[in-house]
Design a protein around this ligand. Structure first.
Ligand SMILES: [Zn+2]
Length: 267
């Protein structure tokens, strides 16, 4: 599933590719997205002004012909991809936005992704704190976790607290910060939050640089896979030696998700 770095990658690439382009047509190919047909006339003639990440979604800002600004908000979920094509749509395209040059296709084999037209900018606010936002500080994290006894990893994955982290990066961040995924969130000291915060930013920024991590489905807007996978320390490395302490990386099921960690050096 695309996490923050993958969505950021797609949003940044689209910004380079579609900025200033005009929407010439809309083809809805999946009935689950039939609500978009209502926005057909609003989208026609709109110019794409910006593309940015909002939480785990891509938001395309549109200057519409009626003088209003609207946003096309796309959640990639499990297998969604936004691809700019010259001609034919890729397989599993659910929606195709015809542009004055090329077309933007939303391909999504499992069809969990969503695409909506939003009228108000306030609707773009992610539900939780963005880990790369200035407002996300070690003090703020400690404060937010103060009364929460949930395991640290589950705490990090709760999108209403931190928006954008998924299983891969949560495992990697906890390993880098040498913190056990089982620690109650409220027991983490300010010093430990500082460590976690530092590694969280470092890992996310690095992953964005490398266009994310690809395991099964993620491809960026050019159809290219991300290359952060080569830098993973624990994710899908169960039974292999830990690069830091030589202990053995284990895989456990925690809240129905695979948790990868090293009991040797994550305390
Ligand atoms: Zn270790």
């Amino acid at each position: 599933m695309p996490e923050l770095p993958e969505v950021e990658t797609v949003a940044r690439q689209l910004k380079e590719q579609v900025l200033g382009r005009e929407v010439r047509g809309l083809q809805v190919l999946d009935e689950r997205l039939s609500h978009l047909r209502q926005s057909h006339s609003l989208l026609l003639g709109a110019r794409i002004q910006d593309s940015r990440r909002v939480g785990k979604q891509v938001a395309l800002s549109l200057a519409c012909r009626d003088g209003r600004q609207r946003w096309l908000l796309v959640h990639l979920r499990m297998t969604g991809r936004l691809l700019l094509v010259e001609e034919a749509s890729p397989a599993r395209t659910r929606c195709r936005l015809e542009l004055d040059e090329g077309a933007l296709c939303f391909a999504d084999s499992r069809r969990f992704g969503t695409m909506v037209v939003v009228e108000e900018e306030a609707a773009l606010e992610p539900p939780g704190l963005d880990p790369l936002d200035q407002g996300c500080t070690p003090n703020r994290l400690k404060e937010m976790a103060a009364s929460c006894a949930a395991p640290l990893k589950s705490w990090l994955l709760d999108q209403h607290r931190i928006t954008g982290l998924g299983n891969i990066y949560a495992c990697e961040i906890l390993h880098a910060a040498a913190l056990s995924p089982h620690r109650p969130a409220s027991s983490v000291t300010l010093e430990e939050w500082r460590r976690l915060h530092r590694h969280m930013r470092r890992i996310l920024v690095k992953a964005i640089e490398l266009c994310g991590t690809t395991f099964s489905d993620f491809q960026d807007s050019r159809g290219v896979e991300g290359s952060f996978g080569a830098l993973l320390e624990v994710y899908r490395r169960q039974a292999l030696p830990c690069n830091r302490c030589g202990g053995t990386v284990v895989r456990e099921t925690q809240a129905q998700r695979g948790t990868y960690w090293c009991p040797g050096c994550q305390g």
